[in-house]
Design a protein around this ligand. Structure first.
Ligand code: G3D
Ligand code: MG
Length: 185
């Protein structure tokens, strides 16, 4: 009798996620760092958004992430319902060197996300630009506090410039979305 385990079934998911936050916090840079060589961009001028795809393989689970990145903040107003349609999760990004970008998360971006995404979505809070050590205006504690207050599933600080914690940030979000679907890796 064979002692080999039965091969486990391969599971495949396609998730749309959005990356939101004030202008110049580093949204596009975070995505560019994450996709690296597998860069695949599809710019839709009519939507004012870049749509970027990346496949993530976790054990016996394959996740195709479809990431929507706004190309310009102004056009956003016009496309926001389409932007959020079918979205499973969000990366909420602020810039650790500019305090008001943290305030915008709760005052603006999260409200918008919740207004448009009715199902149980996952979102994580990201403080970006940690490499600018001399200019840090938002202490890590403030980020953590906000994450707790808004019930973000995770909080993480990143540097898109140095590529620090980028994989980790996206993994946290993907795992949370999978968990919302009853899948635990
Ligand atoms: P956005 O998509 O949120 O608008 P971008 O932001 O990704 O376009 O980034 C805005 C600026 O911040 C860019 O600078 C980019 O290089 C810089 N930036 C993004 N992430 C980091 C980071 O982690 N550290 C540092 N030091 N800079 C970062 P430019 O000068 O090209 O406008
Ligand atoms: Mg951008």
């Amino acid at each position: 009798m064979s002692l080999e385990e039965e091969p486990r079934e391969l599971r495949e998911f396609v998730f749309k996620i959005v990356i939101i936050g004030d202008a110049a916090v580093g949204k596009t840079s975070l995505i560019n760092q994450f996709v690296e060589s597998s860069f695949n961009e599809d710019y839709k001028p009519t939507l004012g958004a870049n749509i970027i795809r990346k496949d993530v393989n976790l054990d016996n689970t394959k996740v195709r992430l479809i990431m929507w990145d706004l190309a310009g903040q102004e056009k956003y107003r016009v496309v926001r319902s389409m932007y959020f349609q079918g979205c499973e999760g969000a990366l909420l990004v602020y810039d650790v060197t500019r305090y008001h970008t943290l305030d915008s998360i709760n005052d603006k971006w999260l409200k918008d996300y919740k207004k448009h995404v009715k199902k149980k979505g996952a979102f994580i809070l990201i403080g970006n630009k940690t490499d600018l050590k001399e200019q840090v205006a938002v202490p890590t504690e403030r980020g953590k506090e906000l994450a707790t207050k808004i019930k973000a599933s995770h909080f993480i600080e990143t540097s898109a410039k140095l590529g620090e914690n980028i994989e980790e940030a996206f993994s946290l979000l993907v795992n949370q979305i999978l968990s919302n679907h009853g899948v635990n890796i």
